[in-house]
Design a protein around this ligand. Sequence first.
Ligand code: AMP
Length: 288
Amino acid sequence: MFYLLILLLQMKLIKQITDLNKAIHKENDLGFIPTMGCLHKGHEFLIKESQKLCKKTLVSIFVNPTQFNNKEDYKTYPRNLSKDLKLLRNLRVDFLYLPSVDQIYRNKNLTKITLKKSQKILCAKYRKGHFEGVLDVLNRFIKLISPKMMFMGEKDYQQYFLTRNFFSKKYKTKVCSCRTIRDLNGAALSSRNKLLKKDDLKTSGQIANKLIRLKRSIYKKNAIANINNKQYKEIIKKTRENLTKKFNIRIEYIECRNLHTLSTNVKNKPFKIFMSYYLNNIRLIDNF
Ligand code: AMP
């Protein structure tokens, strides 16, 4: 009896679509967290949110080849399944879905996802085909899993923003965002941090702290004397120059964008500062 109970409470590890259907077809209160593995406290936070709000939680680990615009990046993306399994078991996750590339892409009949011209901003501008790959794979996952809620991190705000806009009318699944979890030094946790040297990790923390302070100072300035869109751009341009010089980094983009629309109209509107940069050839993104 005791062993049966332990077996029932154990996380179910699922690789085949048929087994997935069997395991979850009766679950109507399911929280879903799609990940690419190499899990950290950011993923852990999403899982805990799901466990608070949903009866059962399903995590997927799938390094999706179609969202990588660079083959080398796909090959070297950090992976650590044995550590991930331990973490997910400790967290008492109900289901782990670990599909193969063939399983996910065997349905060839799905309509192709394209972005509008106005959506090709920030990461979409610099990583051609990236979000099309992300949205396509999420579409496949949602079709297979039909979760009540899907949890995504603000760390990848543009990804969350596009996902919510693409799927909110198409499916009943509610797309929920969770705040960015940071290292003690301020750097956003990311699987890619595993590729950084110790000094680079320190630098990424210093950059994050500078931008957190910059955002505060912009809010203050705006409270004293209303800043217009052009002034926002000037502040950001100066920051770009300073950061490049001080940290010897290659900044891909740094922009202030409206929180609700991602447009550049930020005057008297809630906004975020979005940034993508290369630290010794490792591409990092963050927003503040
Ligand atoms: P990934 O495994 O990098 O594809 O991320 C899976 C999910 O975890 C995405 O929704 C990310 O936005 C989220 N995530 C990644 N890093 C963090 C973080 N530091 N804080 C909160 N969520 C995160």
